[in-house]
Design a protein around this ligand. Structure first.
Ligand code: ATP
Length: 437
């Protein structure tokens, strides 16, 4: 089924409902940088939690790291980023518009002004470089990390020697990354400051091909469990010429966005490239000892890397629907209850009934710890629409009958069907809803 979502509609919804704002908007914003509003914060947390849950439910151990955002020149030199982390850049001499050279056809005129006056293609390093220290004489060059992975490799030995962990095992990290993208675009799809959720899985070299296949399956299952429409997911193995400098094999998990099939996650067999490089540049031994063969070896790595913001955008695209209810058009986010920023809304039919509903809302919030809201402003229809647009799975409406029968009306966001349930059952009802996969 094709989605009615467009980028413009989603950007507008995100702004209107407090998911995402252009960063520092009152000063004109910053290209490729965004702030997450109250609904965005909750959705982002749910995305991170789902990723962590998926890692923790496997038969192999996954430990976590929170590495620094700034890294020394030597580390990024060893990783190959100083030399290779380039995108080709080209400018139009006539209108001065800048492009990624691999995004456009240089045989054709500039899509913006129609003239064909290109500069030479230049290689542009996408790392943000900075200096640490007060005076330039004593300062040290550092870079904002363009990926989280390197912190994992340089801490590999620290983790293995402090956490009594045995290969095969994974180290995961969720955190910010920075890339000076030539043309940030498509909203959260290509940002200059973004967040990654990365897993580096360490294994014996002879098992790496098998684990690469294992992770392809595991990651596909993750998207299916998340409730993503699997017709819009495909696995695309890279051709040899597409492989990054470190990669032996790579498969992208792609999603069909309104602007085409694009990478959502990269799964790569990195061999022992990273550990070898860090051994070479740091002079430190990062090999591990094999108790069975009584020999030291450098582990191979399978990496699964997905952008938290890109997944945020994907989840929203996937959930976005438009339909007509009682002759009125509505926008609804059919998010899974686990993803929904707000799990339920408590609505008094009229303000006269506020008191018991406020007490009920407080009691359920305390008992469950879920983010739930109380809303008494506007007609009941308007309140339902507001919740539909942020993907709240259910609304509990308290009316005059509730005073007598101790029941509320539960309205399902997706079907809009309503049923009456006892007030005493609300807590269980919500728990079942939110914890079901
Ligand atoms: P692309 O080809 O789209 O630039 P990439 O191959 O450079 O992506 P990786 O280096 O493999 O991306 O990064 C892993 C993941 O991090 C990507 O699959 C994507 O989800 C996310 N990501 C990468 N760059 C960005 C960005 N500029 N903005 C948002 N997310 C990003």
């Amino acid at each position: 089924m094709s989605s009615p979502a467009t980028l413009d509609k989603l950007v507008a919804l995100c702004k209107r409902r407090g998911f995402v704002f252009p960063s520092a908007e009152i000063y004109g914003g910053l290209n490729g940088v965004y702030d997450f509003g109250p609904m965005g914060v909750l959705l982002k947390e749910n995305i991170r939690a789902a990723w962590r849950r998926s890692m923790n439910s496997l038969k192999y151990e996954v430990l976590y790291l929170e590495g620094a955002l700034l890294g020394p020149h030597a580390m990024w030199q060893a990783s190959g980023h100083v030399e290779n982390f380039h995108d080709p850049m080209v400018d139009c001499l006539n209108c001065k518009k800048r492009y990624r050279a691999d995004d456009i056809d240089l045989e054709k005129p500039c899509p913006h002004c129609g003239k064909k006056e290109w500069t030479e293609v230049k290689q542009f390093n996408m790392m943000f470089k900075t200096e640490l220290g007060a005076s330039s004489a004593s300062s040290t060059i550092a870079y904002l990390r363009p990926e989280t992975a390197q912190a994992i490799f340089v801490n590999f030995k620290n983790i293995i020697s402090t956490c009594r962990v045995k290969i095969p095992f994974g180290i995961g990290q969720v955190g910010k990354a920075f890339r000076n993208e030539i043309t940030p675009k498509q909203f959260l799809f290509r940002m200059r400051e973004f967040e990654q959720m990365e897993l580096e899985f360490f294994c014996k070299p002879e098992n790496a091909d098998e684990f690469f296949k294992y992770w392809l399956t595991v990651r596909q299952e993750f998207y299916s469990k998340l409730g993503i429409n699997m017709d819009r997911i495909r696995m695309r193995p890279h051709e040899a010429h597409e492989l990054a400098h470190y990669s032996k094999q790579c498969t992208d998990v792609e999603y069909e966005y309104p602007f085409g099939w694009k990478e959502l996650e990269g799964i790569a067999h990195r061999g022992s490239f990273d550990l070898d490089q860090h051994m070479k540049y740091s002079g430190k031994d990062l090999s591990v000892y094999d108790d069975e063969t009584k020999e030291a070896f450098v582990p191979n790595v399978i990496e699964c890397s997905v952008g938290a913001d890109r997944l945020f955008l994907t989840v929203l695209f996937d959930a976005y629907q438009e339909d007509t209810i009682d002759g009125e058009e509505r926008i609804v986010l059919n998010l899974s209850p686990a993803m929904a920023p707000i799990k339920a809304a408590f609505l008094p039919l009229t303000k006269k009934l506020n008191e018991p509903v406020i007490a009920l809302h407080k009691k359920i919030a305390q008992a469950t710890g879920f983010s739930i809201v109380f809303d008494d402003s506007g007609s009941i229809g308007k309140r339902y629409r507001r919740q539909d647009e942020i993907g709240t799975p259910v609304c509990f409406t308290y009316d005059f009958d509730s005073e007598q029968d101790n029941k509320v009306t539960v309205r399902d966001r997706t079907t809009t069907k309503q049923e009456r349930i006892p007030i005493d059952n609300i807590e269980r009802y919500l728990r079942d809803l939110v914890t079901k996969e």
